[in-house]
Ligand binder design. Structure first.
Ligand code: DGJ
Length: 380
């Protein structure tokens, strides 16, 4: 009798857990049109997802029919199951004041939002380029809100950590860098130039004004510390910079990682104490082969692994470029790889590639292109 009762309790608990899971077998079909609740293709490119209050909030770049410039701002969509999405409108709007950093027509890319439980604020960071200046400004922008869907208030934009050396450079390395003379490297991409970039030639150029910040992501670690990871030094080197406790500024602690590696599109997750970062090379809107790195300390050293993509079009990241990796709540060791399939001539039609991160027996992550899969069956 006792055994039967125990069995019934366990079965009831199992059923309750199964029924309370928000995930269904609704298919995720990469590269197809993804309609929102109104049947309109989701317009949230270069985005990331915040899980808050049992709901997923997807923030991304609003793209125009013909323009990659920010004519609207950062959009937000919500979902309970990662498949059915409701358009929550514009979270951060560009403005009409031509004097504003985020004036309509600026370039506002790769927005990511994190929640700060201490201040109860939602904090958005993004890559900002000033209107009419191409990609020269290379700034990080930050905005905050009391409500997850916004409206977000723009705080400021700028280069990062001016006048501060990274934690992972020794005094001898700093001295060697400071001895570099740009006049000795008149041509880019020679082996000597690449070596000098590795040692900090471009870093030194931006030392006083702050480091460039283009493609970016955010990561909140288990201890609540948040990091801003961005392409600095004209996309040659990544910086991993700790944010202040309220997440709205840089604390001054940071590392220069994979110097002269020429990485964009950083996306990061942590499993069993190891950080894994997937990036892309730098070929504009055209896809290239993804790169993967691991580290046991977020400031490095980072070790490079082979391209995580396998199968057909692995060398083109299946025609996509990484943007974010979402740990899927309620599922064990479940990480969702998100990438953009850019369509620069009709940017609004850009598609999404979402794939489960798979793991080899030795624990190394890899990707396979699954044209159709679902969250309920993919992960236990
Ligand atoms: C590649 C970047 O990853 C994108 O976010 C965007 O900046 C394009 N380059 C622009 O060419």
């Amino acid at each position: 009798m006792k055994i039967l009762v125990k069995f019934l309790i366990a079965a009831a608990a199992f059923l309750a857990a199964a029924c309370s899971s928000p995930y269904t077998d609704a298919p995720i079909r990469s590269l197809e049109v993804w309609p929102d609740q109104d049947g309109v293709h989701i317009n949230a490119h270069g985005g990331g997802i915040l899980y808050y209050d049992d709901t997923f909030y997807w923030f991304g770049e609003h793209k125009g029919e013909r323009s990659n410039n920010a004519l609207v701002g950062v959009t937000c969509y919500s979902s309970k199951d990662l498949v059915n999405w409701t358009n929550e409108g514009v979270a951060l709007s560009v403005v009409d004041d031509p004097a504003s950093d985020i004036t309509r027509g600026c370039t506002l890319e790769r927005p990511k939002v994190i929640y700060n439980p201490k201040t109860k604020k939602f904090v958005m960071w993004f890559h900002l380029e000033l209107r009419g200046q191409g990609y020269n400004a290379a700034r990080a922008g930050v905005a905050i809100s009391d409500n997850v869907t916004g409206p977000y208030t723009f705080l400021r934009s700028g280069r990062v950590n001016p006048g501060i050396y990274p934690e992972n450079m020794t005094q001898a390395e700093i001295d060697e860098m400071n001895a570099l003379d740009p006049a000795d490297y008149p041509r880019s991409w020679t082996p000597e130039w690449v070596d000098a970039v590795k040692k900090g030639l471009l870093f030194k150029h931006d030392f006083e004004t702050g480091q460039m910040s283009r493609d970016m992501t955010l990561y909140v670690d288990d201890d609540g510390k948040a990091y801003h990871i961005y392409s600095a030094e004209d996309n040659l080197t990544l910086n991993i910079a700790e944010l202040t406790d309220d997440y709205t500024a840089h604390s001054g602690r940071y590392a220069r990682v994979i110097p002269a590696g020429h990485n964009e599109a950083p996306a990061i997750f942590k499993k069993d104490g190891t950080y894994w970062m997937i990036t892309s090379g730098c070929t504009g809107w055209d896809p290239n082969a993804a790169r993967m790195f691991s580290a046991t300390n977020i400031f490095g050293p980072w070790t490079q692994h082979p391209n995580p993509c396998t199968g057909e079009d692995a060398d083109l990241t299946y025609h996509g470029q990484s943007t974010f990796i979402l740990p899927v709540p309620g599922k064990k060791d479940a990480f969702l790889f998100m990438a953009d399939n850019w369509r620069p001539r009709t940017p609004i039609d850009g598609r999404y590639i979402w794939l489960p991160i798979l793991f080899r027996e030795d624990g190394t992550p890899y990707l396979e292109f699954l044209p159709e899969w679902n969250i309920k069956d993919q992960w236990k």
